[in-house]
Structures are given as C-alpha cells and as structure tokens.
Design a protein around this ligand. Structure first.
Ligand SMILES: [Zn+2]
Length: 126
C-alpha cells in the first residue's frame, strides 16, 4: 500500500548539514538488510522518542532526532517490505521500537517533496 500522507524524517547534525548542501533526502544502504536496498526512513510520529523509532544510543552517539523534516510523498509502510529482510534482524529492530509507525522511501526525495521544520525543537530531558 502506498499512500501520501504527512510523514517526518529526523536526522542529526551531520545529516542536517548534508541535506542543507544537497537539497535532497537520500536513502542509505542498510548494512544488516542489504536485500532491501538503500532506504530513507520516515515516521508518522510527529514527536517520536528514540525508543519509538528504534534509535537507541547504542547505535550511534549522534542525536538522530535533532532535526525534523516534513515529507509529503508516496511512502511504503515498513510492514510491506520487511519480509524481504532477514527475520532475525527484523525481529531485533522491531523489538526496539513501534514498527507500525515506520515508513520507507527507496529513492531520493527531492526539494519539492520535503521541507525543513524550523519550528521543531526537541524536548531533551534534563
Ligand atoms: Zn550524526
């Protein structure tokens, strides 16, 4: 099922810098799920926690929720493609988040399809 709805892409300082320079959101290779090809991860959660989107600090030292982009394009729900990835990897990934809120796009998302959300400020617990 593909549908157009408002989705969000979150990224860290590094990702934000790259997006500012290139003007596109690029899918990235998934080292543990190469059978899926490069994926751009999106969520329908407006203000996700690291847990809900499966980004725990053990994966990276970056704050991957530092910047928010609003994306409007066709996306594929994670549940539509996950069967193409290794079962154990999928189970592990989903154990750390709420997979029903995960969406992916498998091509670059161009400038007309997304916007940087300047109003977004992440609430970081003190
Ligand atoms: Zn980073």
């Amino acid at each position: 099922m593909k549908q157009i709805q408002q989705l969000y892409h979150f990224t860290c300082d590094h990702g934000h810098t790259g997006i500012s320079q290139t003007g596109v959101l690029l899918p990235r290779a998934q080292p543990f799920m190469h059978t899926l090809g490069p994926l751009l991860w999106l969520t329908d959660y407006k203000e996700p926690t690291k847990e809900s989107v499966g980004l725990t600090s053990s994966w990276t030292t970056c704050d991957r929720l530092a910047y928010r982009y609003i994306v409007r394009c066709k996306a594929v729900h994670w549940f539509e493609i996950r069967q193409r990835a290794p079962k154990e990897i999928v189970a592990e990934l989903e154990a750390f988040g709420q997979a029903e809120h995960w969406w992916v796009v498998r091509r670059p998302v161009t400038a007309s399809e997304f916007s940087f959300d300047e109003n977004y400020r992440r609430e970081v617990p003190a």
